[in-house]
Design a protein around this ligand. Structure first.
Ligand code: AKG
Ligand code: FE2
Length: 356
């Protein structure tokens, strides 16, 4: 199978947008994507949380670990976790199936024609269909799927390993997400509300996105994004990515490159947690930059509530609500509308109670 039949027509889309961008004089600053520095985001060992023990020393270590998590979410919005309890058999198993599914001919991916993934109907996407300039174009393809379509799917079983691997990973990621969400609620004094996540986020309400970033050799890689800058529209994301660099995030107003950490998963806060925590935890803008030689893969598990769930900021005597109440359905609809209208997501600023 050659790359022509498996790859989407990126080159054509890129050239068309490049011409349009030049015609409309929307100059794309070449240096815009040059990273400023590579840095180490916090790496947190989760093993103390997985140990069942009432020993006071262990309790102390556990509390320290919880505080590190909350701190990383306040200061960075991003952190790596190691010894997280998800086995490498589960992670590698899914990664292998992910590579296979992207190797299916483009036409079959597009039409959902392949028997391996009829249940992913409508989940395949590539580039940026609404992009009007090169700035809004993502040099990547993805399967973005609601887990409601996968979990408990009748196609699960040894005959369909991709489905099986997705379900296996998602089940593990769900438990990890619930643990982290409970800790983050506790650390902003919302123990009483920690049930909120158990009641509103189920294995079936989350989403999974498998990304593939082909090498970009058409021009200088600094001319195009692998994935355009964005924040995630969920409570939190659990990201499995390989050792190929590309992920960058904004810290103190600057783009910095995230150094991959072996055997780690990367966690980031999404918009819903930022709103729910009343701006205590940060949903940080991030992006993926392209690479000339190497193909890159990642899998994002988005921990989400029911569409009907209402997100209300946890305000206090000292801190009034920053955002108005909104349902997850309303939030997603607004994101979609903005992408159609402006080619880009606006997100939380739409829901500020007192826009400046
Ligand atoms: O590929 C990555 O490292 C990031 C993916 C991502 O940000 C996303 O899928 O929302
Ligand atoms: Fe993301």
């Amino acid at each position: 199978m050659d790359s022509i039949s498996t790859n989407p027509p990126f080159d054509k889309a890129f050239k068309t947008l490049m011409e349009k961008t030049h015609r409309e004089d929307e100059g794309f600053e070449e240096n815009e994507l040059v990273e400023i520095e590579e840095c180490e985001v916090p790496v947190i060992d989760l093993s103390p949380l997985l140990k069942e023990s009432n020993n006071s020393n262990d309790e102390e270590v556990r509390e320290k670990c919880k505080s590190e998590i909350a701190r990383a979410c306040r200061e960075w919005g991003f952190f790596h976790v190691v010894k997280h309890g998800i086995s490498s058999e589960v992670l590698n198993g899914l990664r292998i199936e992910q590579e296979k599914v992207f190797k299916i001919p483009f036409d079959e991916k597009k039409k959902n024609k392949n028997s391996n993934f009829n249940f992913f109907s409508g989940s395949y996407r590539w580039g940026s269909p609404t992009a009007t300039s090169i700035r809004q174009f993502s040099w990547s393809e993805a399967f973005h799927m609601p887990l409601a379509h996968i979990t408990g799917s009748t196609t699960t079983g040894p005959n369909n390993t991709l489905t099986y691997r997705i379900e296996q990973f998602s089940c593990n990621a769900y438990n990890l997400a619930q643990t982290l969400a409970g800790i983050l609620a506790e650390k902003i004094g919302q123990q009483k509300k920690s049930k909120f996540f158990r009641e509103n986020c189920l294995p079936t309400t989350s989403y999974l996105r498998m990304n593939r970033y082909p090498p970009f050799a058409m021009a200088s890689p600094s001319q195009v994004h692998g994935l355009i800058p964005h924040t995630d529209s969920c409570f939190l994301t659990i990201l499995l990515h390989d050792q190929v660099r590309g992920l960058q995030l904004v810290k103190d107003g600057k783009w910095i490159a995230v150094k991959p950490t072996p055997h780690a998963l990367t966690i980031n806060i999404g918009d819903l947690f930022q709103a729910w925590s009343n701006d205590v935890y940060k949903s940080v803008e991030h992006r993926v930059v392209t690479n000339r030689e190497m193909e890159r893969f990642s899998i994002a598990y988005f921990f989400c509530p029911f569409d009907e769930t209402v997100i209300e900021s946890c305000s206090s005597e000292h801190q009034h609500s920053v955002y108005r109440r909104f349902s997850y359905r309303e939030y997603r609809q607004k994101v979609q509308d903005d992408v159609h209208k402006f080619g880009t997501k606006i997100g939380l600023p739409n829901f500020l109670l007192h826009p400046s």
